[in-house]
Design a protein around this ligand. Sequence first.
Ligand SMILES: Nc1ncnc2c1ncn2[C@@H]1O[C@H](COP(=O)(O)OP(=O)(O)OP(=O)(O)O)[C@@H](O)[C@H]1O
Ligand SMILES: O=C(O)C1=C[C@@H](O)[C@@H](O)[C@H](O)C1
Ligand SMILES: [Mg+2]
Length: 169
Amino acid sequence: MPALVLVGPMGVGKSTVGRLLAERLGTGFRDTDEDIVAAEGRSIADIFVGEGESAFRAIEKRAVRDALAGHEGVLALGGGAVLDAETRALLAGHRVVYLSMDVEEAVRRTGLNVARPLLSVNPRKQWRELMEARRHLYEEVATAVVATDGRTPEEVTRAALDALELKEA
Ligand SMILES: Nc1ncnc2c1ncn2[C@@H]1O[C@H](COP(=O)(O)OP(=O)(O)OP(=O)(O)O)[C@@H](O)[C@H]1O
Ligand SMILES: O=C(O)C1=C[C@@H](O)[C@@H](O)[C@H](O)C1
Ligand SMILES: [Mg+2]
């Protein structure tokens, strides 16, 4: 089972902080978005455009299940993975860190990035709607919440280790 699982919205820093956490803990890092791209041989944006969001969610659900069962290190989930009730149930019993940020920070980090299909038009409004729908789901699965606003990736990493009372390797 993973040492810890990172959840949170697009661009909050799951991949960046996840890699740092893995280094500090002396373990590996895995990201379900990357697993999906590798397994499908195309980008997430291509899957969304070609087959739609629900097809992507079905692929994602299997990717998360496999990673929770097979990965021992730090695991980052895609930003929408918590939308699935079975995925949320699978997360019970894991150490789950919700990385959070406010809307202005979110737009700064993700607003202009066309590789994030859910935020490609009017990012501020789309961000608010996404967070209204998801905030409670992130909170539901989390065993710790770490705010990332105004913190460097190193500071977020330290805060996550402290919140979980984990020691560096
Ligand atoms: N604490 C931070 N402060 C400032 N910028 C950050 C911080 N953490 C990450 N970033 C930057 O924000 C962007 C998004 O980070 P990252 O790709 O790690 O997010 P993510 O949560 O993995 O996103 P996604 O869900 O799309 O995979 C990157 O450009 C990264 O360098
Ligand atoms: O928040 C979301 O719904 C998503 C987040 C990304 O990690 C990717 O999984 C994909 O772009 C969808
Ligand atoms: Mg990422």
